[in-house]
Write a protein that binds this ligand. Sequence first.
Ligand SMILES: [Zn+2]
Length: 382
Amino acid sequence: MTIYDKIKRTLQELGVSDAQGVEALFAELRKTAEQERAELVSRGAPDQPQRERFCKALRDRWLARKGGFLSQVDQNWLKPAGKELKPAVGRQFNELRRSSSGLEFEKLIEAMPLEPEVAKQMELPLASDSSRAAPRDLTLPGLHRPLGSIHPVTRMQREIEEIFLRLGFRIESGPEIESTYYNFDALNIPESHPSRDDWDTLYIDAKTVLRTHTSPVQIRAMEKYGAPLYIIIPGKCYRHDNPDSTHSPMFHQIEGLAIDEDITFADLKGTLDFFAKMLFGEKVRTRFQPSFFPFTEPSGEVAVSCFVCDGQGCRVCKESGWIELMGCGMVHPQVLRNGGIDPDKYSGWAFGLGVDRFAMVRHDINDIQLFFQGDVRFLEQF
Ligand SMILES: [Zn+2]
């Protein structure tokens, strides 16, 4: 009696009364499935439609709900099995259904070797044991690989860098996880100083923070290169801010630092005025107002006349005619000293600006979150 006949009969009719007998029956069934697969593979398949037909036929034969071999096993072996045999039959049956060696017909068909004629026609490599290629439909449309573009913040950063590179500055970078010494102390912000509270700092431990500004790199660069020094420092900074349309816990700054003999506030004004004109157009004017930062003395805020309305007042400048650009000032003598530079011989200026804000002003974007949400519909516009 073949296995095909056996699955039409119950275990009782077959005289199987113990687990061993059940195991033997299922082993025979599994072997038959494997033989059928092997036979199919050995025949090969000329083209994709025919492969699919073979595959479907084999699948139906074994897996069809009505009359498929497995369904017959379920009906004739499992369901009528007595209490004692049922667990063994159930286990074997489930194993067979799960079995990856037994019934993964689809995969099997895909792996079938091509006939030499067809492979030649389609200019595909001939199937061999080491490489079996499935036929490809060469009339299908090609894969679309979207290229993406440069992020608006990165673009802004590069544009700013470009201007300072032309002026002879070079780009410097430093760690985003920073010691409190470089982030605060060395910048003239001792622990007791009330202005330390101005930064909503994210602490890693008592002595380590996520840098709240790019300024720590000023000290690192002074230590590394000494004076004279002309650098800009682009990078990510972190503060404990709740995200809203103008705040993000991660944001981008660019810091500028110039240290040399006889550097004065006039150099600072001249450089930043040139920078503003390069970035926003020849027509803009700059405005300096006094301010306070612990690491510069004197300190100032720079604004530029609105490049949209030329100072008349509009939505971009919030009707003020001016756009705040950055903070700046002459490097505090103590900061120079902390960086190992003699303040009696050298002087310098520094500034710090928010790249994200620059990009927002430039492109009239009213929500900083848009930069970091990765929404392709937003990013595609740049
Ligand atoms: Zn305006």
